[in-house]
Design a protein around this ligand. Sequence first.
Ligand code: CMX
Length: 135
Amino acid sequence: MMTEKINHIGIAVKSLDNSISLYRDQLGMEFEGTEVVAEQKVKVAFLKVGESRIELLEPTAPDSPVAKFLEKNGEGIHHMAYEVADIAATLAELKQKEVRLIDEKPRHGAHGSLIAFLHPKATGGVLTEICQAGH
Ligand code: CMX
C-alpha cells in the first residue's frame, strides 16, 4: 500500500466543546472547524498539526462506533488514518493480500474524502483508516 502521509489521528472524546478548548486554547493548535459525518454517526473537529491533523470524534448516536469505543475504553486514541492517492486500488490490493477489511467499498468521510477501515484484529490492535482526499 502506497501511503502518502498520515492524514490524521482520530481521538474519541465525550465532549467536542471541552476537547476543542483543550487542543486549541491550552495546547495552541490551529482549529479548522467541525463537521457532522452522518454515515459514521460522528461529529468531528479538525486541528492542524503541520501537514497532518488531529481529528476529535464525538458520537452523534448511541449506536455510533465511537459511542461503543468510549463506553469500553473511555476517551483516547481511536484510529490512525493514512492517505493514499487511489483508495479503490488500495482496497483491491489489500483484499488480494487477504487483509481483513471492515469496508470493502469506500465510504464518505469528512471534507469530501473517501474512507475505508481495516479491522483492528488484522492490524495489531490499531484501527486503521485509509483515505483519499476530497477535491
Ligand atoms: N481500536 C482498536 N481496537 C478496537 C477499536 C479501536 N478503535 N474498536 C474496537 N476494537 C476492538 C475491541 O477492543 C474488540 O477487541 P476484543 O474482542 O479483544 O475485546 C474488537 O475490536 C471488537 O470490538 P467491539 O467493541 O466488539 O466492537 P465492534 O466489533 O462492534 O466494532 C469495529 C469494532 C472496529 C469493527 C467498529 O468500531 C468499526 O466498524 N469501526 C470503523 C468505523 C468507525 O470507527 N467510525 C468512526 C470514525 C469515523 C471517522 O473517522 O470519520
